[in-house]
Design a protein around this ligand. Structure first.
Ligand SMILES: *[C@@H]1O[C@H](CO)[C@@H](O)[C@H](O)[C@H]1NC(C)=O
Ligand SMILES: *[C@@H]1O[C@H](CO)[C@@H](O)[C@H](O)[C@H]1NC(C)=O
Length: 354
């Protein structure tokens, strides 16, 4: 563990060093220390660039149950608390193994630091039901990048609430399924080229091209090695969505081909404040949006010709997923805990080509 921390900080140094080299190329540098550090970095970076893999032991040997929620942290406002209560009831009924958060965890601008009271006010005290005292595997959304992004990744937060597990990109391995969490915000050009009034915390991301190339390479490697029955990819931004934000072209270009090639079963995202199930003619992937954790009712459903919209709900709610070795079923619930849409398939049906 401590060795990992040391490696981690060294890698961080390496990244800073890389940035330094770019800016200081005209100035004199302490060549010896530079050479030493660079050789150290060359040795370290490829090792730690791999996606961290977490093993999750399931409650029961036959099935994996979890909830998916996105775009939520508003100190209980905009029906966040009502959704949380219903999540508690459904989580109890399903005896869930964990919760997945699709990002935009804290509005409007992420956390201010590791001791930001918003962590308690928007997370700890809101999702208080005993049935929700499970691991929360969470990615970052664009709003999280507007605050102190490293605070959400800091192990200190796990001292405040041991459920919290937020990494940039990582894998959760279970006996039934593998979940690949992908940091999608750095893919989106607009946040870099046209940030408007917003400030994004790009520490750890620059140089951006290197970050994205490594991420895609690591994801490809992990997907190609996966022997899981079910492969699920989780990101904040939508790939196929009829919601307010529309498809994310950068993900259609760079991420979608990987998901197709390695026969991912589900892509789950937030970002659009709605619940949505899309199925596209040219793809076996099911595109599921669960981004209705608090503020909703904002956006119009736009006409969409690329895919069939199986289900769309503008209001607040969340999703549950139940996987066994042979079947998958998911349900979308509204703010009252009412099941609005159910879908079920067997492994065979989803991958007819196998
Ligand atoms: C696992 O399966 C066996 C056989 O079906 C069963 O007896 C046992 O109770 C199960 N264990 C759990 C933790 O569900
Ligand atoms: C809360 O949910 C109810 C029921 O769907 C809805 O009528 C109300 O507008 C919601 N409130 C907000 C702020 O979205």
């Amino acid at each position: 563990m401590s060795l990992l921390l040391v490696l981690d900080s060294l890698v961080r140094d390496c990244r800073q060093l890389a940035a330094m080299v770019k800016h200081l190329s005209k100035k004199t540098l302490l060549i010896t220390s530079l050479v030493l550090n660079i050789s150290l970095c060359m040795f370290l970076v490829p090792v730690s660039a791999r996606l961290q893999r977490l093993h999750h032991q399931l409650n029961t040997n036959g099935s994996l149950n979890f909830l998916v929620i996105g775009d939520w942290g508003r100190k209980g406002w905009y029906n966040q608390s009502q959704v949380a209560v219903q999540m508690g009831i459904i989580a109890d009924r399903l005896d869930i193994d964990f919760v997945v958060s699709t990002g935009d965890n804290f509005y409007d601008d992420g956390l201010t630091g590791v001791d930001d009271p918003a962590f308690d006010e928007s997370f700890k005290y809101i999702y208080a039901a005993p049935s929700l005292q499970k691991q929360w595997y969470t990615v970052l959304g664009n709003h999280d990048y507007r605050g102190d992004v490293e605070a959400q990744l800091d192990p200190m937060l796990r001292k405040r609430d041991s459920r919290w597990r937020c990494l940039r990109s990582f894998i959760v391995h279970t006996d039934i399924a593998e979940l690949f969490f992908v940091d999608t915000t750095p893919f989106v050009d607009m946040y870099f080229n046209d940030p408007k009034d917003h400030k994004y915390d790009w520490r750890g991301i620059r140089p951006r091209e290197v970050y994205l190339t490594n991420l895609l390479k690591d994801l490809r490697s992990a997907l190609s090695k996966s022997k899981a029955k079910w492969k699920i990819v989780v990101g904040h931004h939508g790939i196929r969505t009829t919601g307010h934000h529309c498809d994310t072209p950068e993900l259609v270009t760079h991420l979608l081909p990987l998901l197709e090639e390695y026969e991912v079963d589900f892509y789950m995202n937030g970002h659009d404040h709605c619940l949505e199930h899309m199925s596209c003619q040219d793809s076996k992937i099911r595109f599921l949006t669960s981004g209705a954790g608090s503020k909703a009712w904002l956006e119009a459903n736009k006409p969409y010709d690329k895919c069939g919209v199986k289900f769309f709900h503008h209001g607040q709610g969340f999703m549950s997923m139940k996987l066994t070795k042979k079947s998958a079923r998911f349900v979308f619930y509204d703010v009252f805990g009412k099941a609005l849409h159910r879908w079920k398939t067997s492994l065979k049906k989803l991958h007819t080509s196998i």
